[in-house]
Design a protein around this ligand. Structure first.
Ligand code: NDP
Length: 286
């Protein structure tokens, strides 16, 4: 099979190039787009993700600010910060880096964010808007996946899409977005019986489980498109996805690598949502 490896880093670079121009246009109208990131605790992976986000903002011309709280901060303290940011006219996007410490309610925190600044689209208002096909913000990771499919002209309508994973931030919104685009969608989880019987019938297979290399070549259809959302660090320090890339790529038409696949797209779409938010607020003010 002649496989095409979908280069997420290259597509993300293109998206950032376009966003840079949009940020410049906004600046000419006196608006510098702004993103606020809240991080609680000292989870090393979260700190790395926040660093990537800040660097990407700088590159595109988005003002970014990081609000750090210690592990033992109270939910009240963090919510007060969010409320201030909701009222801050220089901030167009607010995100809270997950996971939060155990004594926090992620639901209470994400629903404190003003819906029009909810660039991660985790607020239940924005999830409801997605369900009814009226979304203002699309969740960044599935949004990035759709961009990658579009870039390679991979059809969605009428295709059988199988999403492995049903989290609120990846699996469920991914399934809804594919459904909205006309795919017939199957959602699988750890409770699914005979997972391979589902994955093998997928024209488009999206995997987001956090289980290293769990999708093997015998679990995919010849000629399928395989999107690997998983990011797993092995004990030797190597990063791998949820798909056994080396074996699966011999059988499929399109596949995303890890790293360099969905990860860079997620950050690019976060920047995209922030610029969109700034553009919306600017046009509402003129
Ligand atoms: P969660 O842990 O919240 O969800 C994992 C999902 O996978 C659950 O629904 C779980 O099922 C399902 N699952 C676990 N094991 C199996 C199995 N053996 N068979 C079928 N389903 C299974 O993870 P996230 O959705 O937050 O993230 C998933 C992966 O994606 C992680 O590796 C994460 O690091 C990565 N990620 C990558 C991003 C990127 O930008 N590339 C962005 C966000 C996440 P159940 O519900 O039954 O427990």
């Amino acid at each position: 099979m002649n496989v095409q490896v979908i280069d997420g880093s290259a597509i993300a670079k293109e998206v950032r190039g376009d966003l840079k121009n949009r940020a410049k246009d906004l600046l000419e109208q006196g608006v510098k787009p702004g993103l606020a990131v809240i991080i609680v605790g000292d989870d090393p992976a979260s700190s790395i993700y926040v660093r990537y986000k800040v660097k990407a903002c700088e590159e595109v011309g988005i003002h970014s600010e990081v609000h750090r709280f210690p592990e033992n901060a109270s939910q009240d303290e963090v919510q007060r910060c969010i409320i201030d940011l909701n009222d801050n006219q220089h901030i167009h996007g607010i995100l809270v880096q997950l996971p939060l410490p155990k004594h926090f309610s992620s639901h209470a925190i994400t629903t404190s964010i003003a819906v029009e600044k909810d660039v991660d689209a985790f607020h239940f208002y924005n999830i409801g808007a997605l369900v009814t096909g009226n979304s203002t913000f699309l969740p960044c990771t599935p949004y990035g996946v759709l961009k990658m499919l579009a870039k390679h002209h991979i059809p969605i309508e009428g295709q059988h899409a199988v999403v492995v994973g049903r989290s609120n931030i990846v699996g469920k919104p991914m399934a809804l977005m594919l459904l909205e685009k006309g795919a017939t969608v199957t959602i699988c989880s750890s409770k699914t019986r005979d997972l391979a019987s589902h994955t093998r019938s997928a024209d488009i297979l999206v995997v987001a489980t956090g289980r290293p290399k769990m999708i093997t070549a015998d679990m995919v259809k010849t000629g399928a498109t395989v999107i690997d959302v998983g990011i797993n660090r092995l004990s030797d320090g190597k990063l791998v996805g949820d798909v056994d890339f080396a074996a699966v790529k011999e059988k499929v038409a399109f596949i995303t690598p890890v790293p360099g696949g969905v990860g860079p797209m997620t950050i690019a779409m976060l920047l995209c949502n922030t610029i969109e938010s700034a553009e919306r607020m600017q046009s509402a003010n003129t």
